[in-house]
Write a protein that binds this ligand. Sequence first.
Ligand SMILES: *Cc1c(COP(=O)(O)O)cnc(C)c1O
Length: 375
Amino acid sequence: MFKDIAFVDLAAQRERLGSRMQVAIQRVLDHGEFIMGPEVAQLEERLQSFCGARHAVTCSSGTDALYLALRALEIGRGDAVFVPSFTFSATGEAVVLAGATPIFVDVHADTFNIDCDSLNAAIKETISANRLTPRAIMSVDMFGQPADYTLIRQVATVHNLHLIADAAQSFGATWNGENVGTLGDVTTTSFYPAKPLGCYGDGGAVLTNDDSTADALRSLRVHGMGVDKFDNVTVGINGRLDTLQASILLEKLAIFEDELKLRDQVANSYSEQLEQIVECPQLAARATSSWAQYTVKVPNRDQLQESLRDLGIPTAVFYRKPMHLQGAYASYPQAPTDLVNSENLPDSVLSLPMHPYMDQEQQERIINAVKACTA
Ligand SMILES: *Cc1c(COP(=O)(O)O)cnc(C)c1O
């Protein structure tokens, strides 16, 4: 019969990589440098050349990447960081862990990315309240599409704010022909297994063109080290990427460009065939996406998800609650205007299976199921 449909098919990728992966892992087992072994430096070089950033500093997760970025920019107590509310909680979490205050801002309903009108209103209010110092905008490239960096950059420049790009979902994408990794002053990404470029555990990276920020990141990820980890010049964390994960990522990065093309094909064929049926994701003219998720909007989402589940089609809801309504974050400030889109999107979003190895037969089954369930 038919092969089960996977939401993300890591097994198909494993099959493609074949024995190369075992060889890469075996090489690390043989040389035994499990912490900061040669593959870590090699991966950092490859990541730099892939996206054109001067520095890639790998680390233990996408969440730690955000925390390290904030610390490297010396953002902390008394500082305000503007964060879109419709995101994975790690974005705002890192701000709180760094000691700063997240201020939640609304997103656009069509791109799921930060709304600069809401952002501007939040910045103005923060300035006039004169309690916190506005320091940074933390944009998120939701589901793989870069936020509008042309506009966000303007806002950051006017208010002299750092621009931190949370590209956990969008590594490999572009805005205006420029690669994710060069769009923010500092860009963070995640190698969580289900992300477009994932390892076999937790991992992340911070990308920047700024030499002194890169130096600070390298120190902070190893206990705030000076000449070595027994010389502590600042309070840091144990935030290194394992050598084993670096070796795995080197193999995956070698096929990543091709996987991005395959993701694009899957997304295009979804859009062509579902356009009349559900609200399909909208790409801005200047954007390409890494398609971390293919997220549609439907009025009767829960019903559709259940009917699809009955037909063996796995789907997911990202996210069921915006950050400003989460118990842990409800007491932090938010933009003065209502965060309408962040509050409404959770009722209608549904992410369909998305990975580079979906064959036509599988995709037809998904598309037909969506058509049948919405008829
Ligand atoms: C996945 C994700 C993170 C966190 O990455 P981890 O590697 O899981 O820590 C942060 N921000 C966004 C938007 C994410 O999707």
